[in-house]
Design a protein around this ligand. Sequence first.
Ligand SMILES: [Zn+2]
Length: 279
Amino acid sequence: MAARDIILEGSRWQIGDGQSINIRNHKWLPRPPLFKPGVDTLLKVGDLIDQQTNKWNRPLIQNTFMQSTQEDILSIRLGDPQTPNILCWAKNKAQRFTVRSAYLVALRLNHDGGGEHSKAQDDKRFWHKMWKMDVPPKVRTFLWRACSEILPTWANLARRRIPIEPHCDICRHEEETVCHVLWECPLAVNVWALVKGKLQKCTVAAPDFYSLARQMKGQLTVKELEVWAMVSWSIWNARNRFYFEQKQSQPADILHGAMTLLQDYQRLSKLLILAFSHM
Ligand SMILES: [Zn+2]
């Protein structure tokens, strides 16, 4: 891993006049910014600062960013606008570059995908297991779309600059990401609470659905993984019925539908294997 990658990963821009820092591409916030749909993301950080008062331009920030990012920005104290923007080491309180803190960043990069070779191997193993699951092909395809973030949740559509509100209408609380709708939303939580076995008590938290799926693969047996895939698919269908047919599904019905389909499918595929083996 290149030292440059470690330094860039572990550093953050400290804002002086903010003129050369792009709000989307530069690292200036503690976590990546979330934008409201259709806004200008080519702005510079300096554009968000009122030049007269040297204070944050709150209305512009409120119009541009989602709530969590607004809070991240407004908690940054602005210094002297005459000072240049400085790239600072952000991995310890003293902002002092130490070998230990750099080592921790390197470890994380390696784990999250900095080590590209091992990541590719991991991905390959993961998908091999997923494609071998004894679930209907449409469920495997669904899982692949969910992991690739191409499932049309409101948040994914907003990211593609479709002017819609990315929030979940089921709980009216969070952004509707894939992970939210299939795992964290109260509707999903109520369904998972009814599943027997390890999944019922599973309290995995993940930044996105692919990470969640990776953790599931690590913790569940093949049979449990099949139930997880099938129920996720069933929750997604219930979500679509809610938005497009104005029908609310009960958690027990969502689970029952998934389990019945899974049992029927597995019974049929066993019969087919038997029939072909006797030909
Ligand atoms: Zn929700």
